[in-house]
Design a protein around this ligand. Structure first.
Ligand SMILES: NC(=O)c1ccc[n+]([C@@H]2O[C@H](COP(=O)([O-])OP(=O)(O)OC[C@H]3O[C@@H](n4cnc5c(N)ncnc54)[C@H](O)[C@@H]3O)[C@@H](O)[C@H]2O)c1
Length: 491
């Protein structure tokens, strides 16, 4: 029997999320009513629902206006009101007085506690989180959040409903920021720290898009969603977890204070009047030129397969994805021809032989090669001309970065993997759901556990340990789950 067809749904709060959620239920055949704080706002919201449906080539004829008393003959109450616990608590207390004994409450909150709402409703077993992504009519992911007291049957029913709506559910325990927004925290923090440390925003975004295939770099995305929203959720994470790794980056705070909250304000990490992110990225990315008659040969402990190259002169690409040993340094210094070190390990800063180049070569999800090229005047590291020759021969696009631990891509990717391990370790979500959440919720081509499997736990662990050592900051502290997995793989 269909769960959605004929289901009596009341959606409260007709902001963009409530309007979209109402349409999603109506599309699937539910009997949908909507309500806002007043009859006028309810009618205005309904008019917007109809207009938005029309502009998407749909109708929303089945959606009707109501007031809160309609909850008496409702099966599912969807809270999409303002993100404020006092407002939600008052609303749920009223709903509890009007509702029948079988009503299920689904909240679309992005950050508030489902358990606390369950308590306000008076029957926590019937309150569940159904976190749709914006815009609900298009985004496929829904995080189903189980509060401390949510009944198993209600969680199972919420999952089934989401599937019937044509969406993909992932289940998450009640935990600040849930899955997607939690695991992306280090992506945003590290991107901002890189800017603080002197890397241009466009270089950060170019490296992330080029190497990891993210449709939008983290700083472009932060500017798009608004730095004030990000700062608010960072403060929530810090307060709720009490872990200094979640502390907001001072740069975000100073931009917000100055009103530079992102694209809508005309200024955030980018100055939109001067140069849009797309233009900055185009200026900073070097596309490969015509290939010279040169052979690039893979060497080192992590030598991988390179495209076939032929030619007289040989350039050695020495891959080493862990801290360099004396043997690595000797091998690079003693190689006969030009050598390019391929590593993101920050310890190379101290030992890179004069004359060697330094890059980190990535294979994007589309199998394109993309390189970060270390160019750091302060550290006396300038890419020799043969680095460009090697990249031309390999057909790799590239962007210049500073000699910071992890460079850009591994620093962000490994911190995201580490956060994903923490989320699984603490029981917030499963590995499978984490990967589904990040691929559908963020359009990342590969989820963190897929990336971990490709890199190997030992490599990611070594990288995080190097960063912990070189930055001296608990942000990079490896999850115990990662340590155990690396040890297990070694045994
Ligand atoms: N905007 C997003 O990208 C996004 C994404 C996922 C989840 N969410 C969550 O969804 C919820 C709604 O988000 P939004 O951006 O649509 O919100 P919004 O602030 O734009 O709109 C909230 C609406 O709720 C109405 N409202 C306030 N109190 C009410 C009450 N007591 N009864 C009925 N209506 C009331 C307001 O008049 C307004 O129309 C929030 O909990 C938010 O955190 C938002």
């Amino acid at each position: 029997m269909s769960e959605v067809a004929g289901l009596r749904v009341l959606v409260a709060g007709l902001g963009p999320m409530g309007r979209g959620i109402a349409r999603v239920f109506a599309r699937a055949g539910a009997d949908v009513r909507v309500t806002d704080v007043s009859a006028e706002l309810t009618e205005a919201g309904l008019a917007k629902i109809r207009a938005e449906a029309t502009s998407d080539g749909e109708t929303a004829d089945g959606v009707r206006a109501a007031d809160l008393t309609a909850v008496a003959d409702t099966d599912l109450f969807v809270d999409a009101v303002l993100e404020n616990m006092d407002v939600k608590r008052d609303l749920l207390e009223q709903v509890a007085k009007l509702a029948g004994p079988d009503l299920v409450v689904a909240s679309n909150t992005s950050s508030l506690s489902i358990g606390e709402m369950g308590h306000a409703f008076g029957d926590p077993a019937r309150v569940v989180g159904m976190h749709f992504f914006n815009p609900p009519t298009k985004m496929r992911l829904v995080e189903v959040v189980a509060g401390g007291g949510t009944g198993d049957a209600v969680v199972a029913r919420a999952r089934a409903l989401v599937t019937e709506l044509g969406k993909t559910p992932v289940v998450c325990r009640d935990s600040p920021n849930f899955i997607v927004n939690r695991i992306c925290r280090p992506l945003y923090y590290e991107a901002q720290l890189l800017v603080t440390q002197g890397v241009e925003p466009g270089a950060v975004d170019a490296a992330v898009s080029g190497a990891l295939g993210h449709p939008m770099g983290p700083l472009t995305l932060l500017d798009f969603t608004g730095l004030h929203t990000h700062l608010g959720s960072s403060e929530t994470a810090l307060r709720e977890f009490g872990d200094p790794r979640y502390r907001p980056i001072p740069l975000a705070r100073s931009l917000v204070r100055a009103g530079m909250t992102g694209r809508a304000a005309g200024r955030g990490f980018y100055d939109y009047a001067a140069e849009k992110p797309r233009q900055a990225i185009a200026r900073l990315v070097r596309t490969p030129g015509e290939a010279a008659d040169v052979r690039v040969v893979a060497a080192g402990p992590d030598a991988g397969k390179l495209p076939e190259t032929t030619g007289g002169e040989t350039i050695t690409l020495y891959s080493c994805h862990r801290p360099p040993t004396a043997d690595d340094v000797a091998a690079v210094a003693g190689a006969p021809g030009p050598v390019v070190v391929d590593s993101s390990d920050g310890n190379w800063l101290d030992v890179l032989p004069a004359g060697a180049g330094w890059i980190r070569l990535h294979r994007s999800p589309g199998e394109q090669l993309f390189a970060e090229v270390v160019h750091d005047e302060l550290a006396g590291i300038r890419p020799p001309a043969f680095v460009g020759t090697a990249l031309d021969v390999l057909g790799a696009a590239s962007v210049e970065v500073l000699a910071l631990p992890g460079l850009v891509v591994d620093r962000l990717a490994h911190c995201v993997i580490n956060e994903a391990c923490t989320v699984v370790e603490e029981g917030t979500a499963s590995r499978e759901d984490v990967d589904v959440a990040l691929t559908l919720g963020m359009n990342h081509p590969r989820g963190p556990f897929d990336l971990l499997a490709a890199a190997g736990a030992a490599k990611v662990l070594a990288s995080l340990r190097s960063m912990t050592d070189l930055f001296g900051d608990p942000r990079y502290r490896p999850a115990q789950l990662l340590r155990r997995q690396a040890a297990g793989a070694a045994r």
